[in-house]
Every structure is written in structure tokens, then in C-alpha cells.
Design a protein around this ligand. Structure first.
Ligand SMILES: Cc1cc2nc3c(=O)[nH]c(=O)nc-3n(C[C@H](O)[C@H](O)[C@H](O)COP(=O)(O)OP(=O)(O)OC[C@H]3O[C@@H](n4cnc5c(N)ncnc54)[C@H](O)[C@@H]3O)c2cc1C
Length: 485
């Protein structure tokens, strides 16, 4: 059987056979699969992964719902352009290695994306089932199933390609950097990734908690990149311990900057300097990377009974759910708009509620109040109502006159957005930045300096894993073309 036939070719005989095996009417009558998950009360007592993954028979049934559309609009909704029907139909016929091969063609991190991508706003939102007013095919669950099953079956994740004699350096090791590194290695480039922290993975390791994305899953994807020849260097801060000039001296032909947006924003309200008011980044990094939750930790987070998390994105949900696991009796979200406007993934909001998290919407902190020792004890919250939609299309919140409540808290986690860290832009002369502090790039992700490209959150501000990965792919194609001509 030819390679194309094994893994995906649209007109292959087996695709024809699958199409004929069950009429579309029968397939569309199958209900969408439900993800098995741990019980909410149990999971706040531990850090075990909440979603347990589909069993093989569930995955095959779900895969048979996919109609293998002649013009698969779901693919247009995927920033890395995964051949979605191609991998799903391989699952349906029980060819896990084939499904995995299709995924790996365009994605370095399928097990990660299957867990954390906002599919409901991307591929699944474009599934033909939406037009029939039915639940879309569970593309994310199936992606996770294929990647996990391939790993468990020992299907190799990568192989060493033939060298083309050129080498490139990458700043940062988040999803953008990893996607770039995978694509460049596959084209025969030597790739060295320099990461400031002691762990590789960016937000996948320091931000997203293990109950959503276990480190072992990220590590397995990293092994695939190592097998393809990518070299990782930790504890290396480009612009401080390793300069741009030194990178040029080391003979790198190109540089890709994917240093993310790790600088937390605050609201500039009174009391933000009190003990017990901290950013999500600090809270999650201390717990995820520095063992703050373990007894005897050198860098503990304050033990807290009543924890308020300000914000409505994924970072806020991760923080509030972590606070529940750290023993908070009352952990609640404070968000200035309504629940429908929250940018967090729908599944995370749902899981947070199951875990006893409370939601205080249409509420905006205006001040934190402390005791004599400088420790936060309460927050003053302005009640809001929704007005006309703003530039983002979301209805803007406006204060309700005189409606201010005081709420007792002993820890506040601020999760109202992030900005790019200026270290890399400031340390490389001639690298242009925008008024938002992001790196300025053209449509091919080229910066103002020759052969320096950039992508992910350092270009977009805080965005998503899959958009960062899409940038990595685009920059790799563009840099490779320049270097190989
Ligand atoms: C808590 C949290 C939860 C999230 N949940 C989701 C989710 O569920 N789904 C989703 O799609 N998105 C989610 N996001 C957003 C998503 O993770 C980011 O958009 C994505 O990680 C950006 O990728 P990146 O590679 O550009 O940057 P990052 O992942 O931020 O990686 C940048 C890396 O560069 C390193 N670095 C910075 N400066 C230097 C330097 N000078 N030298 C060397 N290394 C440097 C940093 O240490 C970091 O490891 C979440 C974000 C957070 C914070």
C-alpha cells in the first residue's frame, strides 16, 4: 500500500469503502461522544488529569460520525491546517499509526492541542454538523485519542532527517518555538532552542496545570522533537546570559524569537502591593514549576481560605481551580462582564463550576484592603452592567452608580492579561516594536532585522497555543525559503 493511501489520500479505496459502509443519515443520528472525566468532588483533592480520554470503541464510533466532507471546512478552522478528516478516518478503520502520521505532518504537539485548543471556536465551530443544528464531531477528543494511543503503542514520534548544513537558533520553548523547531528540523536544519527557565515547554509547563495537561504528555512530544535532532538548552536568558551578538558569532544562519508574553498586567488600583495580592503567572509558576504546593517548599504560596481570582480567561480558570486544589474553601472568579463574554474555554468554565468555584460576574475590583501587617483582608468590588458592544464586539461593562460591595478575602490572584517581556526587544539593536510592546513583523513574520523572525505571543500579545503554533509553521516556511534559495 502506498504511503499516501495508508495515511490519508482522499480518494483512496479504503476511504471509499468507509463512505459506503454506513449511510450519512445513520452517521448523523449517532450522538456526540461524552468525555469520561473524574468526579468534581474527588478531583479537587488531587492533581490528576480531569479528562480521562476516550476508550477505543468510543473513538471509533465518534470517528464514524465524520462525514468526510468533499470540502472539509473544519480544516480551514485549524491554524496549522491539520487534515482533520484524514486522521479521523484512520481512527475509524483502526489505523492509529496512520492517524498519528497525518497529525504529525502539520503539528508538532497533537497530544497537547487535543487537550487545550479552544476547538469550539476553531475547527469544531466549522464542522458541517453545526449547520444541521447538531453537536459537531469531537475533533479535539479524537486528536487526543490518536496522539495518546500512538504514544502508548510506541509509534515513533520523529526521526532524524538529512542535514542541509544550516543551523538556526530559537528563543523560548513554548508552543510557537516547538512548532517552528519541528518544521525546521524536518527540513534538515540544525535547531538549537534556548529557554530562560529550567524546564522546556513555556506556558505548557509553567502555566497550564497538570490536571489539564500532564507534564508527561508535554515531555513525550518533546522527545519526538529530540528524536528529530532538536537540541534544547535551559537556564539561558537570551539578551542577558546569551547575547544576540554571541549567537551570531556561534554561526547561526537565522534566529526565531518566540519569547511569549510573560509579563503580568495589573489594574493600577489601590492595595495591589499588599501581601496576598499576586499575578496568575506568579501563582501558577510557583506551584507548577517550583513545587510551592509541596510541604516544606522554599517558595510557598500563602495558605488561603477565601481566594478571589480577577479575570475570565483560561489563566483565571487555571488559577481558581488550582486554588481549590490548594485547599481554598471558597474560590471565586470576579469578572467585569457576563459569563457569556468570558474568553475562557467553555469546558474550563464548566469544570470550574463542577469543582465548586463560584462566579461573581458583572463585578470589578476597585480597591484591596489590608490589615496592619500589610496583608490583604478584603476587596471592594464595583457592580457593573452591560452597555453597547465595544470594538471587540463584546458588550462593554459600565459601573452601576453607588453599587460597591466589600468582600472578605485572604488571597487575590490577578489575571487580567499579559504583555511581552521587553528583555529581548531591548537587547537586540534595531529590532522594531509596536506601541503595544510586541515585535513588529511583516506578513511572513520577518522582523526589522535580516533573518530574524518572530511569532506567537511576543507578536500577538496573549493569544492561544494553536495560533502560536501556526506562527511557528509560517515562520519556518518563510525562513527556510530565504535560507535555502
Ligand atoms: C495559565 C495559562 C493557561 C492557558 N490556557 C490556554 C488554553 O487552554 N488553550 C490555549 O490555546 N491557550 C492557552 N493559554 C495561552 C497560550 O498558552 C499561549 O498563547 C501560548 O503558550 C503562547 O506560546 P508562545 O510559544 O508564544 O509563548 P510561551 O508559551 O509563553 O513561551 C515563551 C517561552 O519563552 C521563554 N523566554 C522568554 N524570554 C526569554 C529569553 N529572553 N530567553 C530565553 N527564553 C525566554 C519563556 O520562559 C517561555 O518559556 C494559556 C496561557 C496561560 C498563561
Amino acid at each position: 500500500m502506498e504511503q499516501n493511501d495508508t495515511v490519508g489520500g482522499r480518494d483512496s479505496a479504503w476511504r471509499e469503502q468507509l463512505r459506503g459502509a454506513m449511510p450519512a443519515k445513520e452517521r448523523t443520528a449517532i450522538p456526540r461522544v461524552e468525555m469520561p472525566q473524574l468526579d468534581g468532588a474527588y478531583r479537587v483533592t488531587c492533581n490528576e488529569e480531569v479528562n480521562q480520554g476516550l476508550r477505543p470503541e468510543m473513538a471509533v464510533t465518534e470517528a464514524s460520525r465524520c462525514l468526510d466532507c468533499p470540502n472539509p471546512t473544519c480544516v480551514e478552522g485549524c491554524p496549522v491546517g491539520i487534515d482533520i478528516p484524514g486522521f479521523i478516518k484512520n481512527i475509524q478503520r483502526g489505523n492509529i499509526a496512520g492517524a498519528y502520521a497525518v497529525l504529525r505532518r502539520t503539528s508538532a504537539l497533537p497530544a497537547v492541542c487535543g487537550r487545550v485548543c479552544p476547538q469550539e471556536r476553531q475547527c469544531e465551530s466549522r464542522c458541517i454538523y453545526n449547520k444541521m443544528k447538531k453537536a459537531p464531531v469531537a475533533i479535539g477528543y479524537l486528536e487526543r485519542f490518536a496522539a495518546d494511543s500512538a504514544r502508548e503503542a510506541g509509534v515513533p514520534a520523529g526521526e532524524m532527517p538529512q542535514s542541509n548544513g544550516k543551523k538556526v537558533a530559537v528563543v523560548g520553548s513554548g508552543p510557537c518555538a516547538l512548532s517552528f523547531a519541528g518544521d525546521m528540523a524536518a527540513r534538515g536544519f540544525e535547531v538549537d532552542v534556548f529557554e530562560a527557565l529550567h524546564e522546556i515547554g513555556g506556558v505548557l509547563k509553567y502555566g497550564i496545570p497538570e490536571f489539564r495537561l500532564p507534564n508527561s504528555v508535554v515531555d513525550a512530544e518533546l522527545d519526538g522533537l529530540r528524536a528529530a535532532g532538536v537540541r534544547f538548552h535551559t537556564d539561558t536568558v537570551v539578551g542577558k546570559t546569551l547575547s544576540y551578538e554571541r549567537l551570531l558569532e556561534m554561526g547561526f544562519d537565522g534566529l526565531f524569537v518566540a519569547s511569549g508574553a510573560g509579563l503580568p498586567r495589573f489594574m493600577g488600583i489601590p492595595g495591589e502591593n499588599l501581601i496576598g495580592v499576586m499575578s496568575s503567572n506568579e501563582y501558577l509558576t510557583r506551584i507548577n514549576l517550583m513545587g510551592a504546593g509541596r510541604p516544606g517548599s522554599d517558595t510557598p504560596v500563602p495558605a488561603a481560605r477565601r481566594v478571589a481570582v480577577v479575570g475570565g480567561g483560561n489563566t483565571a480558570m487555571d488559577s481558581v481551580r488550582t486554588a481549590r486544589r490548594m485547599g481554598a474553601e471558597k474560590a471565586f472568579i470576579v469578572y467585569r462582564r457576563g459569563e457569556e463574554e468570558m474568553p475562557a474555554r467553555v469546558e474550563e468554565i464548566h469544570h470550574a463550576k463542577e469543582e465548586g468555584v463560584e462566579f461573581m460576574t458583572l463585578a470589578n475590583p476597585v480597591e484591596y484592603v489590608g490589615d496592619k501587617t500589610g496583608r490583604v483582608t478584603a476587596m471592594r468590588v464595583q457592580r457593573m452592567e452591560l452597555d453597547e458592544p465595544d470594538a471587540s464586539g463584546r458588550r462593554s461593562p459600565v459601573p452601576v452608580d453607588g453599587a460597591i460591595d466589600t468582600i472578605e478575602v485572604d488571597l487575590v490572584i490577578v489575571s487580567v492579561g499579559v504583555s511581552p517581556n521587553p528583555l529581548v526587544p531591548d537587547s537586540i539593536e534595531g529590532l522594531e516594536v509596536t506601541s503595544r510592546g510586541t515585535l513588529a513583523v511583516d506578513e511572513n513574520l520577518r522582523t526589522s532585522l535580516p533573518l530574524v523572525y518572530a511569532g506567537g505571543d511576543i507578536v500577538r500579545g496573549g493569544a492561544t497555543v494553536i495560533l502560536a503554533m501556526g506562527d511557528g509553521r509560517k515562520a519556518a516556511a518563510s525562513m527556510a525559503e530565504s535560507l535555502l534559495k
